[in-house]
Design a protein around this ligand. Structure first.
Ligand SMILES: Nc1nc2c(ncn2[C@@H]2O[C@H](COP(=O)(O)OP(=O)(O)O)[C@@H](O)[C@H]2O)c(=O)[nH]1
Ligand SMILES: [Mg+2]
Length: 647
């Protein structure tokens, strides 16, 4: 027996028999509050469970969220339908299509609910056929155009079994909720139980939660740990997407403080990134609104609105990108500046209501869940948003738009705040790479054009350096890094290794074309000639380094000749031509081989140099492992390898 979990929510005008039908289906009265009992209407969300056995070894666990129909409580209704699989829209036979039937339908459409059943309730009271025709007409051109309409009556019992069968066959064709490894529980109730502590409930979407798992309460970013999980009173080890879920979070307090929890918060898994107070979106205003309806008034650029996302309601300011107002049937890219942050993902749906909370005025989809730092009207952001607005559920397009805007990004975290799984994103990256649209190197993913541009720029800089300073080994890496500031350290390293795989070589601190051979430029050549002449006049006793001259060209020439090995830097004071140094070394080795040891003074006389030169020269030989000092004497270093070491 396989078990599948789905969540269904009711929808429809007040008094159309929603709560009564939920009770008839499940035996549970969803109206719990004394005030609900007294007034005879639903105010809060109600919950019940329906288990539907199917002949072919399947069992459906259906969590039912019963929503209030009254216009004063639409905000509670929206909190109930955020993550559902299926809607049960009810229209009473004696009343027909009413204002909240329409408003609820629009909310379901804005939130992207794709499947619904229609219960034509109170069938004992009215003209079923006429109302059915009216319902069909209203649903024309919606996703629910062909949804079954089932007459029901809780008085006569008509249609209740029919409805269960219709539900089961609808659910049998419904895919299980997606597990994208990004579990979110939008909290619709938070309360304390004596001896147990804080409990929150909601409809789980996007992934599983496990007992003992560490989670975060967003947007506060408070960490907590799940002590226990229940679904409809049953203790569970795991909760699956599509389950009504209760979590015991004993270490979080109930309330509205900075570190406490309430309806509207979201429970996320660790590492799920942070909430944001600015999101860029695609807004849409329903073409269903009749022109005379107050909700049909165009949404003006800069308007104050309420954003309903998940179970949260937050006031916000809506800036439209290119329009002064959004009329019925219009769409526009917009930026929502929220009074407090929300934890939204790319592709999330939401609803807008007016500032006085009387009308549902628009809906939308999140295109950029983290817009805080980005300039809404920059050409990069506009292009990015326009690209995404075409198909926000196309993972390839979402990757391309991101890399198109940012140039490059970390493969690991790319589109982390999206409704795509890590596998879907990884597959998109490979697809785009095989098409040549992007390049993947190690941890980096980059837009192909951008990478090419970066590469060319680096190569150009290196070539310029060779041209300007042919005497140098190459371009200092620090200089290259400073110019390519926009590249992250990872990206910079990747770029260097790309260069080195394509005809460049890298030393510890510099990079050059492999074909580059350092040579003196014509301006510096005369300084080198002078240096050679000065040093070779008295090769074993040349003038001190500072007496050779101090100008910039001499210094450049000297550095070049030292790098090339033509001049030996014996000490900061003494420089010798290589040939002179080699001759002196042979003389020292020869003399000591013959006598066993030698003093500096003996060697000075033997070579015909000065004390100023011989002392640092012997220290130099000690340093490179030719000789070894014992008191005032020098002897040859014993180890063969060291003695043989050149320089
Ligand atoms: N005759 C008749 N009355 C019904 C039926 N279903 C509900 N009612 C009545 O309609 C009223 C509103 O029902 P309720 O379930 O609270 O409506 P809700 O506001 O949509 O949840 C109550 O007085 C119910 O007894 C039905 O099938 N037939
Ligand atoms: Mg009700």
């Amino acid at each position: 027996m396989t078990e599948k979990h789905f969540v269904l929510a009711t929808a429809g005008h007040v008094d159309h028999g929603k709560s009564a039908l939920v009770k008839a289906l499940t035996g549970t009265d969803p109206d719990r509050l004394p005030e609900e009992k007294a007034r005879g209407i639903s105010i809060e969300l109600g919950f019940a469970q329906l288990i539907l056995p199917e002949p072919d070894e399947q069992r459906f666990h259906v969590g039912i969220v019963d929503v209030p129909g009254h216009e004063d409580f639409v905000r509670n209704m929206i909190a109930g339908v955020g993550s559902i699989d299926l809607a049960l829209l009810m229209v009473a036979a004696d009343d027909g299509w009413m204002p909240q039937t329409e408003e609820h339908l629009q909310i379901l459409i804005y939130l992207g609910v794709k499947r619904a059943l229609i219960a034509l309730t109170k069938s004992d009271l009215g003209e079923i056929d006429n109302v059915a025709v009216q319902i069909r007409r209203q649903l024309r051109d919606t996703a629910f155009a062909n949804s079954p309409i089932i007459p029901t009556s809780v008085r006569t019992g008509e249609g209740i079994e029919n409805l269960k069968r219709a539900l089961a066959s609808e659910l049998a064709t419904l895919p299980a909720q997606r597990d994208i490894g990004k579990a979110r529980l939008f909290v619709d109730r938070a309360f304390t139980l004596h001896g147990i502590g804080t409990v929150v409930t909601g409809t789980l979407t996007g992934g599983r939660l496990r007992r003992s798992q560490n989670v975060f309460v967003q947007p506060q970013d408070v960490s907590s740990r799940i002590r226990s999980i229940q679904s409809h009173g049953r203790d569970l080890e795991f909760a699956e997407p599509g389950m009504r879920t209760a979590l015991n979070l004993p270490d979080v307090e109930l309330g509205i403080g900075q570190t406490s929890i309430k309806r509207g918060d979201v429970i996320t898994i660790a590492n799920a990134a942070a909430a944001a107070a600015t999101v860029d979106v695609l807004l849409e205003k329903s073409s269903r609104l009749s022109p005379k309806h107050p909700a049909a008034r165009p949404l003006k650029n800069g308007a104050s609105v309420y954003v309903h996302h998940g179970t949260r309601r937050v006031s916000a300011n809506a800036s439209l990108l290119e329009q002064s107002a959004l009329g019925c049937g219009d769409r526009s890219i917009a930026r929502l500046r929220l009074e407090s942050p929300i934890f939204a993902l790319l592709g999330d749906r939401f609803v807008l209501r007016d500032a006085s909370e009387q009308h549902t005025i628009a809906g939308g989809i999140v295109l950029d869940p983290d817009s805080d730092q980005k300039n809404f009207r920059s050409s990069e952001q506009i292009q990015f948003l326009k690209m995404r607005a075409c198909a926000p559920d196309d993972v390839d397009l979402c990757v391309r738009s991101e890399l198109g805007r940012d140039g490059l990004g970390q493969r690991e975290t790319l589109l982390r705040k999206s409704n795509f799984s890590a596998d879907e994103i990884a597959a998109a990256l490979l697809r785009l790479e095989s098409r040549g649209a992007i390049v993947l190197r190690g941890k980096i993913a980059a837009d192909a054009d951008y990478w090419e541009h970066l590469y060319r720029r680096a190569a150009q800089m290196i070539d310029n350096a060779h041209e300007k300073h042919p005497e140098e080994r190459g371009l200092e890496l620090t200089e290259l890094r400073a110019t390519l500031r926009q590249a992250s350290p990872d990206a910079f390293e990747t770029l260097i290794s790309d260069l080195c795989a394509n005809g460049f070589v890298c030393t510890r601190t510099a990079i050059a074309r492999s074909s580059h051979r350092a040579r003196l430029s014509p301006e510096i050549e005369p300084a080198a000639v002078k240096l050679r002449a000065v040093l070779s006049a008295k090769p074993f006793d040349p003038p001190a380094r500072k007496e050779v001259g101090q100008d910039r060209r001499l210094a450049q020439a000297l550095r070049f000749l030292i790098e090339q090995g033509e001049i030996i830097e014996v000490s900061s004071e003494v420089i010798l031509l290589r040939e002179a140094a080699e001759n002196m070394r042979s003389a020292v080795v020869g003399f000591i081989s013959k006598h066993g040891t030698a003093t500096a003074s003996q060697l000075r006389q033997k070579i015909g140099t000065s004390r100023r030169v011989i002392v640092p020269f012997l220290e130099y030989l000690d340093r490179i492992g030719v000789t070894q000092r014992i008191g005032d004497l020098r002897q040859l270093r014993k180890t063969k390898s060291a003695a043989l070491a050149r320089r």
